[in-house]
Design a protein around this ligand. Structure first.
Ligand SMILES: Nc1ncnc2c1ncn2[C@@H]1O[C@H](COP(=O)(O)OP(=O)(O)OP(=O)(O)O)[C@@H](O)[C@H]1O
Length: 759
């Protein structure tokens, strides 16, 4: 190492040390503040306690944020043609540097020490080029090892600096980042964001931005960095509304979950499409016909019909007994009450209150007349208790419920698909064979395709509050019961101390509601189906059905979206075949289409094979330019049915040697998943995981569908022809599977290979 490099590494390490010292100081200060707040104890009024809790949460969040930015706190330095706004002059270069890092840092006197990568002053770090240097003389990447600078990469944009001796080059910060072993968790790319990516990340908040890009072009990375940017740039606007990030599966959400915290953002709501209906963990929909049918926009009408059909008339007069008096409930009375209830235009469960009120009033009037006739009393007698008697009559409850039963979305959807005549009435436009395909037992688990239908039903049904029952919600009643039990002990203590009656169970239950009001936007948003987000990021968006789009647009009425995906990777039966077709019903033509063109993940030799397979099958794809050639072409191993398992295990052993501690995926057809996982586990034990794997597991056995969005150092595919067959002959899943690797691809097959795979 030359003396200049050595000296620069030391000088930079010195500065970086000061940045970390500042981070430690801030952290210690917040820890002290938190301890002081907690030490105030659980005394004082509810308001004091609630303020104390709010401060404690604030400090805890800040400490978590400061902890999360520890790794590679700073990664860049810009030497600008001085404009008086920079940090203190560097005596070595005579320039005024800007350090770029994960968050902004200032010293005690408010002198800027490091700029947040999202600030506009940091933008030239990502955007400056030799042609348009934007005032940058030198861009420096700092590669950290712990808290010291282990490497420097320079990019000189001012040619007068080229001879100064203060420039260092290696393989490049980007290449070094791409060479790193995968951990099963996505990392941030904040130090090496490329210009075409940066332009998308920094696009404004309003409107919908669609990012189309082939495999490995950084769509997911860009989407997440954009979320972090928007939260920084539009903090005030997004603070209360929050940002929702939606991805295809739980393993994908686990794969990306650490990126935003590492960028200093913790308050984002993340959800797979199967979890979008609060409290429900929907399973994947494996029946492609069902997925296609339930994904169609016409399902909204089916659900609306199903709700309407639950408001029934009665064919003939029915007798109901109230306190021994026989009353008549006529078809006309029910029809009139239904009309009045529908006229309120309220959701089903809320409109039911009107329905019940009208009929209870009518029946109470009938009862009054009958009582007066039989007793011969005048109408001045107080009869105001009669409606209550009518409400409490068992007969009346049964009769009214039969006409207009209060319902949950789960009940409505489960009964709709389990009861052929209900479906026939709600979906007359469907062919009988399609309705038969949709049939399933009432207790079957809900699938991802049901999620938007449940959401639609919830929208139309509204809150469940039974006017035939008490005024409070079940949750409130439960809270009061809990509080009563908790207070019993306390009252004894207070009585002993000569005081009582200070708090009631109702007050304590009320505090629960206040607590709910103090939760962060993110926490409230998760549990509130009607929450309107300020921005939604959708990853693998090509897979969404029209009904899923409808749900998401409802969650963000401002239609501020970042939508990333690759049309060529569509495999869902109800997924998109073009962005305009998918988005037109919701956004019209009001969306910006951006394209990413460089594949950072898959080496060219393997990416080319994937492109050949896609093109041979007639898939229209954009072919991104791979940044690396790679050391290995795809390895193809043919075997027989009898030998397939042994061959696969041999191939895996070989690949594990190559990947040497990296993450290895075995991607198999759905039908072979359990068998292969068992066989691989028998040999490799608890090294074998599912989903994206984890730090302790370096072998992952999954289906092509599950591999969507993930990446591995090596990929071993079993029977590609089967991956094609299981999605009705589409090559989308095989294309996805082939492009998950950063290094090697090995294919084991007994059947003929799909066209294009062999060179
Ligand atoms: N600018 C960059 N610097 C360093 N690494 C990058 C950069 N851009 C992308 N990458 C890396 O390339 C890989 C692929 O990125 P990402 O998963 O975001 O791509 P994608 O377009 O979503 O892929 P796919 O559609 O195939 O799932 C990731 O490991 C990511 O960290």
């Amino acid at each position: 190492m030359t003396d200049t490099i050595q000296a620069d590494l030391l000088a930079e390490s010195d500065y970086v040390g000061r940045l970390y010292a500042r981070l430690d100081e801030l952290r210690a200060e917040k820890v002290r503040q938190l301890e002081r707040t907690r030490a105030q104890g659980a005394i004082g009024t509810f308001q004091n306690m609630s303020e104390r809790d709010s401060f404690a949460t604030l400090y805890e969040d800040r400490i978590a944020q400061l902890d999360a930015v520890e790794d590679r706190l700073v990664f860049g330095r810009l030497d600008m043609a001085g404009n008086g706004q920079e940090q203190a002059e560097d005596p070595g270069t005579g320039s005024s540097p800007r350090y770029i890092g994960r968050i902004g840092l200032s010293d005690d006197e408010l002198n800027r020490m490091m700029i947040d990568w999202r600030a506009s002053e940091a933008a030239p770090f990502y955007q400056a080029t030799a042609l348009n240097p934007r005032g940058v003389r030198r861009r420096r990447h700092l590669m950290l090892s712990g808290r010291t600078v282990a490497g420097i990469e320079d990019d000189v944009l001012d040619e007068t600096w080229l001879d100064e001796g203060h420039t260092h080059h290696g393989e490049g910060a980007l290449m070094a980042a791409l060479r790193e072993k995968r951990t099963g968790r996505m990392g941030d790319i904040v130090g090496t964001i490329q210009a075409e990516q940066d332009a998308i990340i920094r696009a404004g908040l309003p409107g919908a931005v669609v990012v189309q890009g082939g495999p490995g072009t950084g769509k997911t990375a860009v989407a997440l960095h954009r979320a972090a940017f928007l939260l920084y740039e539009y903090r005030e606007r997004l603070k209360n509304a929050g940002v929702l990030i939606v991805g295809p599966s739980n393993s994908f959400m686990r794969y990306i979950e650490r990126v935003l915290p590492s960028l200093g953002e913790t308050g984002v709501v993340m959800s797979s499409v199967g979890e979008l209906y609060h409290g429900l963990h929907a399973v994947p929909e494996t029946n492609r016909t069902v997925a296609r049918l339930k994904g169609q926009l016409s399902m909204a009408k089916v659900i609306a019909n199903a709700v309407r059909n639950r408001q029934r008339l009665i064919p003939e007069t029915r007798t109901v007994v109230v306190e021994g008096t026989r009353l008549s409930l006529t078809p006309k009375m029910v029809k009139n009450a239904r009309e009045r209830a529908r006229h309120t235009h309220k959701p089903y469960n809320e409109a039911r209150e009107t329905f019940v009120k009208v009929l209870v009033g009518d029946l109470a009037e009938q009862l009054r007349r009958k009582l007066e006739e039989s007793a011969g009393q005048s109408s001045t007698t107080d009869r105001s208790y009669l409606p209550q008697e009518v409400r409490e009559s068992h007969d009346v409850r049964v009769a009214l419920n039969l006409c207009w039963m209060p319902m949950t979305p789960q009940q409505l959807v489960a009964e709709l698909f389990a009861t052929p005549h209900l479906l026939a009435a709600a979906a007359p436009h469907l062919k009988e064979k399609d309705r038969d395909a949709l049939y399933r037992r009432a207790n079957s688990p809900f699938t991802e395709a049901d999620v938007p239908l449940l959401d639609e039903a919830a929208q139309l049904l509204g809150e469940f509050a039974d006017p035939l029952a008490g005024a409070h919600t079940a949750q409130y009643e439960a809270d009061v019961e809990n509080a009563k039990a908790a207070l019993l002990n306390m009252h004894t203590m207070l009585e002993n101390a000569g005081i009582d009656g200070v708090v009631t169970a109702e007050q304590v239950a009320g505090v629960n509601q206040e607590t709910a009001a103090r939760l962060t936007a993110a926490e409230r948003a998760v549990s509130d189906r009607t929450w309107a987000y300020g921005h939604i990021v959708v990853d693998e968006a090509q897979e969404l059905s029209p009904m899923q789009w409808r749900l998401l647009v409802r969650r963000c009425p401002m239609k501020s979206f970042t939508i990333v995906g690759d049309i060529a990777q569509t495999s869902a039966a109800s997924g998109a075949s073009s962005w305009s077709q998918a988005l037109e019903p919701f956004f019209g033509d009001r969306f910006e289409l951006e394209e990413l063109t460089v594949n950072y993940r898959t080496p060219a030799q393997i990416a080319d094979a994937a492109v050949r397979v896609a093109q041979a099958a007639g898939l229209r794809i954009t072919t991104p330019q791979a940044v690396r050639e790679g050391d290995w072409p795809p390895v193809l191993t043919k075997t027989t049915e009898a030998q397939v398992e042994a061959t696969l295990l041999d191939a895996l052993a070989q690949e594990l040697e190559y990947s040497a501690g990296g993450l290895q995926a075995v991607i198999v057809p759905q039908q072979d998943l359990h068998r292969v996982r068992a066989a691989v586990t028998a040999v490799h034990g608890d090294r074998v995981g599912t989903g994206s794997g984890g730090l302790s597991q370096d072998i992952v056995v999954i289906t092509a569908r599950e591999s969507k969005g993930l990446e591995f150092d090596g990929v071993l595919i079993l029977e590609p022809a089967e991956l094609v067959d299981e999605v009705d002959g589409g090559v989308g899943d095989l294309y996805v599977a082939m492009t998950r690797t950063t290094q090697r691809l090995h294919v084991v097959h007994t059947r003929q290979l799909p066209e294009g795979l062999e060179q």
